[in-house]
Design a protein. Sequence first.
Length: 466
Amino acid sequence: MLYGEEDKARIQSTAPIFGSKEEGQAIPLYRLGEASMDPRIAYRLVKDELLDEGNARQNLATFCQTYMEDEAILLMSETLEKNAIDKSEYPKTAEIENRCVNIIADLWNAPKAEKYIGTSTIGSSESCMLAGMALKFSWRKRAEELGLNVMAQKPNLIMSSGYQVCWEKFCVYWDIEMRVVPMEIDHMSLNIDQTMSLIDEYTIGIVGILGITYTGKFDDIAALDQRLTAYNNTTDYKVFIHVDAASGGFFTPFVNPELVWDFRLKTVISINASGHKYGLVYPGIGWVIWRDTSYLPEELVFNVSYLGGEVPTMAINFSHSASQLIGQYYNFLRLGVEGYRAIHRRTKDVALFISHEITNLGLFDIQNSGENLPIVCYSLKEGLDINWTLYELADRLAMKGWQVPTYPLPDNLENCVIQRIVCRADLGFNMAQEFKDDFVEAIDYLQKVKLESPKEVKPRSQGFTH
Ligand SMILES: *Cc1c(COP(=O)(O)O)cnc(C)c1O
């Protein structure tokens, strides 16, 4: 074949990437390069840059989804350009969000006699900020009406020391005193007696956690509701519960519908959950619902234009893609109650299998077996004659690609170092079996080698908060 001048461009675009001028030299890392480059080469360079990063499917540290169906991915990539806040331009997307809010309110048993209201968010952190602000604003209104000097003291929010970092952020950003109830080794969730003793006129609310990030355990929200109802009957300074159900909100209603933790309890006024945890959507979607509009102060609601009129919104963020929202709706439509139940039950079976296998090794105390959320937590038994720690075990597992976080428990319990395995829908039985084999092999190795000296346990943490 003969080539003329005009074929240069074509030859360029079919030239192998490895061997191209751009690939053959160092790319500028911290400033813009002068020239543009072929999209294929740019794609390959970025893709390769990410190559040796942890493999998401083997990341047993995260609650966030690492798998979605091809149809969901297609739908989401086809809707990336839609801005979720442009309700006027994308009224169908707005309607889809509205349907999701209704579906979730129903899932959490919002009473028909009240007027629930809710919104999508970027994740539970944003949801918790909104719910926390609503608590603060409505507390202030009630307290002022009762004649309290609301400026005399910082308002406070009560929760267990197993809180997720977003609550610390909330308290710092909005100047709230965080009243923390320490967890205890034989309990590891909210101590209700201590919680009640911390309440005063400046308490904006109590956070109950459905799925403590550290261990996956549940606070006893029903018991808290009972105590709080009795307390509220004795005072004008009523206190209410927000449930942080980031991980449990999309799991428990399908797997343990009989567990009462949601709007069936009268003092539970708002609930959040992450769509990207057991709602089975890729990261970037959360939800928050209030049981009645009266718990969401008007000052926090802003109107945006919608079909020639206005629609109320509540969000910290403004522009963001609607694709996550659409992915959530796809899952609701595609899976239904049956689908979610089947997937979550299977995930729980896998968790129980893993904790059973780990128990059988005889070296570990199981902190959470996966019977509530499919989270397996364990620590090394005391008094074992071994010279390795959970940190060395984590390193051995990492050599096979498994990321298993090892960290000390909060406050009070910081001497207890645990490891946590978060089972997700895409950790199938076969993969779990492989994990178990690698786990056993890692321990065999550690038992055989003579580590120079027992390594000091330096309680350090690695990524367990998500
Ligand atoms: C994950 C988690 C959060 C934060 O959720 P994001 O969706 O990641 O913002 C808050 N609270 C609890 C209990 C969590 O598990």
